[in-house]
Design a protein. Sequence first.
Length: 100
Amino acid sequence: WQKGFTNMAQAFVLADTMFQQGGRAEAQSAVLVLSDGKYSFAFETQNAVNKLKEKGTMIYMAPISDHAGEWQHTLKEWASQPWETNYELLPGLQSVKHNM
């Protein structure tokens, strides 16, 4: 983990590159995003998400945050549908630590 901004767009583009360069053709491609929910570059991220979804890649979103916010709606849209199955808010780092 490096302190700074959250460039999810770059992460999704890298995931797409990794899927193209390796992996099993018969396997379901999937991306699990663990994040603080504070994304940057929403437009670029939306485009990267759309490209992955067009290729049939499943996107699972698991933000770790003590606070709810409007950002949750965006992450739910980025998660594969139905978002109720592919999105899970983790209520803070302490709860994650205690459930490991």
